[in-house]
Design a protein around this ligand. Sequence first.
Ligand code: BG6
Ligand code: MG
Length: 220
Amino acid sequence: MSKIGVIFDLDGVIVDTAKYHYLAWKSLADHLGFEFTEAHNELLKGVSRVRSLEILLDIGNVQLSEQRKQEILISKNEEYLGYIMKMNADEILPGAEKLLNTLDDLGINYVLGSASKNAELILKQVGLYHRFYGIVDGNAVSKAKPDPEVFLIGAKKLNMPPKSCIVFEDAIAGIEAANIVNMTSVGIGDKDILIEADFNFNSLTEIPEDFFSRFLSEKN
Ligand code: BG6
Ligand code: MG
């Protein structure tokens, strides 16, 4: 058995679904009568669905009843699912499949650690579902990132202590969550934003061929 395990965030690491979240949140904001920009959308990356709505309503300075919020969460997700159902393997982010192949070759297990309640569906749409050793998603956790719950459950699935897990994340909250429990954090995206990560790459394509093997030998 390998000495390390890997945990992947989904949105922004394996696939780019932020654009679909944006379209669905934007049509909600349009309906409520305020502007919701792509810059605003950045604030929702890595954030749970419920928290995303709170942030959006703050942006629009809109107050709604709990019941209305519940209705809105359902209709936003329905619109989002409309986009997800059209996804296919072309939307896998560059470098992701190659990285999974490398891990398979090295015998390193990997699981998903995502805030999304749609993670299984998205992975099935792009044809990667069967490749993961386990899935931990928004349905499995009660506390959102930066709470490390999602990654700790992932480590359990991998049967690895947290310090032997490497986490790939594109959101500050995810890097924080990994760091809190001494996992190795790999930031995918802007280095100046993901400054707390142990390693930084602009995209998965930049990960050196020997990234994991070096890691394995360091562990010996
Ligand atoms: C995260 C995304 O992966 O999942 C967030 O980065 C999103 O933007 C969250 O809000 C929850 O997703 P879903 O699919 O459960 O609405
Ligand atoms: Mg993400």
